[in-house]
Design a protein around this ligand. Structure first.
Ligand SMILES: [Zn+2]
Length: 220
């Protein structure tokens, strides 16, 4: 989801690195090029993950494009494997406490974790991994900078745990219909967000199933 557009970052100089070039809109790409001119040009384009709203303009910047694996270091940025929102998702850490978080953590709202491949378990592990890092600032893929990373990460963890607790409570009360589960557990969101909540719920159910905590008799 693009929310209000994808944040593109220029890091370092002589040459600089472009993180998540985002849209292929010509005026956006021109803005990146001219900002990069003041930084000795573009040495490399780094991607946090393969979603189009982060990558579309990448091939038009006349520089190598890399979506690294965890552990790789490019121009002083260390890639941390953080699957969940996307299987190939990485965050980039500077040596001085900045994390370019892509869509793992957003400046506003909550990240989508689509079901498949036990993505929610991966997402929770990614949040835990980020909590272990020394981070003072998160520069997210969407929305404003996060100046209190520890609080934001704790909120993200708690938010998913809250949904999980509510799902488990409804299940143990005998609820077996997906529609009722959705209505019960996501009773606090606007109706137009229910389709997204239904996806979130599938990711939760997948995680609970993998953990052996889901009753067999769940209805479609
Ligand atoms: Zn994305």
């Amino acid at each position: 989801m693009t929310l209000e557009g994808t944040n593109t970052y220029l890091y370092g100089a002589d040459p600089c690195v472009v993180i998540d070039p985002g849209s292929e809109d010509p005026s956006h790409l021109d803005a990146i090029r001219s900002a990069a001119l003041g930084r000795g040009g573009i040495g490399l384009v780094l991607l946090t993950h393969s979603h189009g709203d982060h990558t579309a303009g990448a091939d038009q910047l006349d520089a190598e494009v890399v979506l690294p694996s965890g552990g790789e270091i490019h121009h002083g940025l260390r890639a941390l494997a953080t699957p969940g929102h996307a299987e190939d998702h990485v965050c980039f850490l500077t040596g001085d406490g900045v994390c370019f978080s892509g869509d793992l953590v957003l400046g506003l709202g909550s990240t989508i974790v689509p079901p498949g491949g036990n993505s929610l378990a991966a997402f929770m592990a990614s949040l835990a991994l980020l909590q272990e890092q020394e981070i003072e600032l998160i520069a997210p893929g969407h929305g404003p900078w996060i100046t209190d990373p520890a609080t934001k990460l704790a909120e993200y963890v708690e938010h998913r745990q809250m949904r999980e607790r509510r799902i488990l409570k409804a299940l143990s009360a005998g609820e077996r219909s997906r529609a009722s589960l959705l209505a019960t557990v996501w009773d606090d969101i606007p109706i137009e967000l229910l389709p997204m909540a239904a996806m979130a719920m599938e990711a939760h159910l997948e995680k609970l199933k993998a953990e052996g905590r889901l009753p067999d008799a769940l209805e479609a």
